[in-house]
Design a binder for this molecule. Structure first.
Ligand SMILES: Cc1cc2nc3c(=O)[nH]c(=O)nc-3n(C[C@H](O)[C@H](O)[C@H](O)COP(=O)(O)OP(=O)(O)OC[C@H]3O[C@@H](n4cnc5c(N)ncnc54)[C@H](O)[C@@H]3O)c2cc1C
Length: 445
């Protein structure tokens, strides 16, 4: 591959075929003659929650920022979601959000978001990615380690092991992208090759989810709305959400920070939902038939791997998605962040790029993308004294202001719209300090 050649490169490998990997494969398909996805799990051509992505059984909403990127790659996705029974609706009008002692103001922002089961969204994306003639998927194959040139300076591919046979096989590529999620082995693989592993920021939140699926009456007047309760930290620790999804179902997830997790026995789950100040959640579980037992998920800490700070990094290798940053999931940012990173890679490859500098430039851009969801998540988490980890400078002061912003969202449409754009990852948090917003926030309270 010529360092400054913009004609199509030969072969790219994407490790992990979950949402981050699929969006990356789509982005790379514009720049490589062939893109191969490698996935450890067996992958069936239907909505399913796989062993390697247990989080997909829990509440997932798609923020407007991520949806917009998906629509640029797959313009028919909106209709496909609607046809499949997902809920595509306005982020400001249709989200009923109880926070700081009241309901956030509702109005139409013309900013569509999606509530659906996570497996449905992935299935629709996967079908579109695999329909591309240059993309193929090799499933039931685990990436074992990376291969390099003799001098170790370039990644030339990976060795995979096929689950059924135990056979190992080497696959070569011009570019390898790790999208294997939070448990990524990249730090270890790089270390084995004599490279420094990236420093990691870890912020302990001990968030516990309990999720249960219920039948939904299609005639329920609230059927295209979703319900969200977030705590007024630090005095409150619990959260809850009820999202309408395809198949006339509600997905209900409830839980709490720092060990205040929801129980998964029938009575404990019910009492936990009843304890939340938002009565709609208890109403939904009381008046609809449960389709599953409650099931749990534990999220110990937000994680960020600082690849942007490394001085030495092999040519031909990148890392993205949850493999580079995995945020406290209660803010619903992971899929959108992965989409933004895939788009950044697409844009980077669209210009002439010196491949020696590709990783450095990519990681710098991704660090910039991650800064916003990281600040939003970690900033909120540090309202709790139990939160442990690197605390961003000035966060207590910022949190005081954000509390005022949140109270203002209960009645001020302009502040509310500004806040929701930041939550959607469409605007940076600094936009909340614009004089027009600042004045309204300070006078509103
Ligand atoms: C409880 C919970 C709720 C969440 N809610 C939301 C939400 O509401 N909105 C939102 O946007 N995000 C949410 N997220 C985050 C979201 O799930 C992820 O950001 C998203 O799945 C993208 O992750 P990924 O593709 O990078 O990694 P993953 O989804 O973790 O996928 C990694 C893939 O790599 C495969 N793999 C791993 N190792 C290997 C190997 N050695 N060889 C081959 N394959 C391998 C795995 O099998 C898996 O398929 C939530 C997360 C959690 C934990």
């Amino acid at each position: 591959m010529n360092g400054t050649n913009t004609s199509k490169r030969n072969h790219a490998l994407v490790l992990g075929a979950s949402l981050g990997g699929l969006m990356t494969a789509r982005a790379l398909s514009s720049h490589f003659q062939k893109v191969t996805l490698i996935e450890r799990d067996p992958v069936n051509r239907q909505p399913e929650s796989r062993h390697g992505q247990p989080q997909t059984r829990h509440l997932h909403g798609l923020l407007p920022g991520g949806f917009q990127i998906m629509l640029t790659y797959f313009p028919d996705l909106r209709q496909a979601l609607i046809d499949a029974g997902a809920n595509v609706a306005d982020f400001a009008e249709n989200m009923i959000w109880y926070t700081h002692g009241g309901y956030r103001r509702r109005f139409d922002m013309h900013l569509p978001a999606v509530t659906m089961s996570r497996p449905l969204l992935e299935h629709l994306i996967r079908e579109r990615v695999l329909a591309l003639p240059t993309v193929e998927l090799i499933d039931t194959s685990t990436v074992q380690h990376l291969t390099t040139t003799d001098n170790g300076q370039r990644i030339t591919g990976v060795v995979i092991r096929q689950t059924a046979t135990g056979l190992e096989k080497t696959i070569t590529a011009d570019l390898v992208v790790d999208a294997t999620g939070r448990g990524s082995h990249s730090p270890q693989w790089l270390h084995e090759l004599g490279y420094e592993a990236p420093k990691t920021s870890e912020v302990t939140v001990k968030v516990g989810y309990a999720t249960r699926i219920y039948k939904r009456d299609p005639n329920d007047s609230r059927t295209n709305c979703w319900f969200l309760y977030t705590p007024n930290a630090p005095t409150e620790k619990r959260f809850g959400g009820a999202f309408p999804v395809e198949g006339n179902r509600w997905v209900i997830s409830v839980g709490g920070w720092h060990g205040d997790s929801a129980p998964i026995d029938e009575a404990g789950f019910t009492n936990f939902v009843r304890s939340l100040p938002m009565p709609e959640l208890f109403d939904i579980i009381s008046n609809n038939e449960p389709l599953t037992e409650p099931y749990a998920y534990r999220f110990p800490a937000s994680l960020r791997r600082h690849y942007e700070s490394l001085n030495r990094f092999p040519v031909g290798y990148l890392v993205l998605g949850d493999a580079i940053s995995s945020f406290n999931p209660t803010y619903g940012q992971g899929m959108t962040s992965a989409c933004m990173q895939a788009l950044a890679l697409d844009k980077l490859l669209a210009d002439p790029v010196d491949e020696q500098k590709l990783a450095k430039t990519f990681f710098q851009r991704v660090a910039h993308i991650i800064d916003t969801p990281w600040q939003l998540a970690v900033g909120e988490d540090f309202r709790y004294s139990e939160t442990i980890g690197p605390k961003p400078a000035g966060v207590d002061l910022i949190n005081k202001y954000i509390s005022r912003v949140q109270r203002a969202t209960l009645h001020d449409e302009v502040v509310c719209a500004a806040f929701l754009r930041v939550m959607s990852l469409l605007k940076p948090p600094t936009s909340l300090f614009h004089p027009r917003i600042f004045w309204r926030v300070m006078t509103a309270n």
